[in-house]
Ligand binder design. Structure first.
Ligand SMILES: *Cc1c(COP(=O)(O)O)cnc(C)c1O
Length: 401
């Protein structure tokens, strides 16, 4: 028997890998030192553990250990990157470019920058959610100090043309920051090959613990400087004060190590399962893929089921299927997903969209269950749907929706 509900919301958070928990445990009790205590072995042991984690994280993304700044997660890393650059480079300019589909941690930070007198240009995406490169380059001005383009989108899984973006940024000598919370540990990310200057990541999106993440800050070609957003003891080379979360950092390090070792096999396994799910769900009449079918994370599919109310589907999934919807009905806001809207997807299609995000612990039996559950539920709801009947009678639906 399957354990219900089936969890297909791994873009929201992943379970901690038991091997990560195992690695963390001693750092709560026997090895509890403060990594900043320089005068005794308690501190040294904690510092040693943090040093190893720094190497593990750096190695996963092709960085130097000194370029890793530990934070409380990707939200904090996003804030530090954007606000830190805005303050530090005030002498050069006050203009930032970001895509319209960034995570709220980036968009809301940009909003804050605008309130401080900065200027932000939001660049559009194509129908698959990939940033419009011509629009991006045209937005660059002499005062532009930062370009923010996420590595992969959390709602659709669409992977951005990161190398092309960095090429443009380098050509115009503008710093390039990428929120890679969804990409790191899932697909190969390399700050050298990708030409990234700042990159944020989060442990709980890659089978590590919640409440810990990191910001990569380039040290050479160019050396990136930042104004710290947290003042205090000068930890993390002055970029982020505060006693280090040693168990969390150890967990992030272990999670990074596991991802590096297992990424190839995991990608092969998850891509096959995702393709099976995506293929089967796209067999359902009037279902559409939201996002790019090729440039997409291997474990993600975002699909709309037209002429079905997303809210009703969600209610029926309840207790058996944990997924996320782009429908406003299931979230605090009234607007449907701004990410799908930016792709030019009509509100109604966004309202009936679902994000299926597989993970390390997803089994084939769970995927088979999900296929059956979704197919049956969509059919059942359509049987009683007036709108579906009108569509089947061949009425002009653009007049109705
Ligand atoms: C989850 C996520 C974040 C926020 O990360 P936290 O560690 O939870 O703060 C930021 N950006 C993206 C793209 C995410 O998916």
């Amino acid at each position: 028997m399957l354990d219900l509900p089936v969890y297909l919301d791994n873009n929201a958070t992943t379970p901690c890998d038991p091997r990560v928990v195992e690695a963390m445990l001693p750092y709560f009790t026997s090895v509890f030192g403060n990594a900043a205590s320089r005068h005794h072995s308690f501190g040294w042991k904690a510092e040693e553990a943090v040093d190893l984690a720094r190497q593990q994280v750096a190695s996963l993304i092709g960085a130097e250990p000194q370029e890793i700044v530990f934070t409380s997660g990707a939200t904090e890393a996003d804030n530090l990157a954007i606000k830190g650059v805005f303050e530090m480079y005030a002498g050069k300019g006050n203009h930032i470019i970001a895509t319209a589909v960034e995570h709220k941690a980036v968009l809301d930070t940009c909003n804050h920058i605008e309130k401080l007198g900065g200027e932000v240009t939001y660049v559009g995406v194509d129908k698959n959610g990939r940033v419009n490169l011509r629009e991006l380059e045209a937005a660059i001005r002499p005062e532009t100090i930062l370009i923010a383009v996420m590595y992969a989108n959390n709602e659709t899984g669409t992977v951005m043309p990161v190398k092309e973006v960095s090429g443009i940024a380098r050509k115009h000598k503008v710093l390039f920051f990428t929120d890679a919370a969804q990409a790191v540990g899932k697909i190969p990310v390399n700050v050298q090959q990708d030409g990234v200057d700042l990159l944020s990541l989060s442990a709980h999106k890659m089978y590590g613990p919640k409440g810990v993440g990191a910001l990569y800050v380039r040290r050479r070609d160019p050396r990136v400087r930042l104004t710290a957003q947290m003042d205090g003891g000068g930890h993390e080379r002055g970029f982020r004060s505060g006693t280090l979360n040693v168990p969390g950092i150890v967990g992030l390090g272990k999670a990074a190590e596991l991802c590096a070792v297992e990424m190839n096999d995991e990608t092969t396994r998850l891509r096959r399962l995702r393709d099976k799910l995506r293929g089967a769900l796209l067999q359902i009449e009037e279902s559409v893929l939201n996002g790019d079918s090729g440039h997409v994370l291997p474990h993600v599919a975002n699909i709309s089921f037209n002429y079905v109310e997303g809210k009703m589907l969600m209610i029926d999934f309840n207790k058996e299927l944990a997924v996320s919807s782009g429908s406003a009905c299931t979230s605090a806001s009234l607007e449907p997903s701004y990410v799908l809207k930016a792709q030019g997807i009509p509100d109604e299609q966004a309202h009936s969209s679902f994000r299926f995000a597989l993970g390390r612990f997803t089994t084939e039996a769970e995927i088979d269950f999900a296929i059956e559950k979704v197919t049956q539920t969509v059919q059942k709801l359509r049987e009683t749907s007036e709108i579906w009947k009108m569509y089947r009678k061949g009425m002009d639906m653009s007049q109705i929706w």
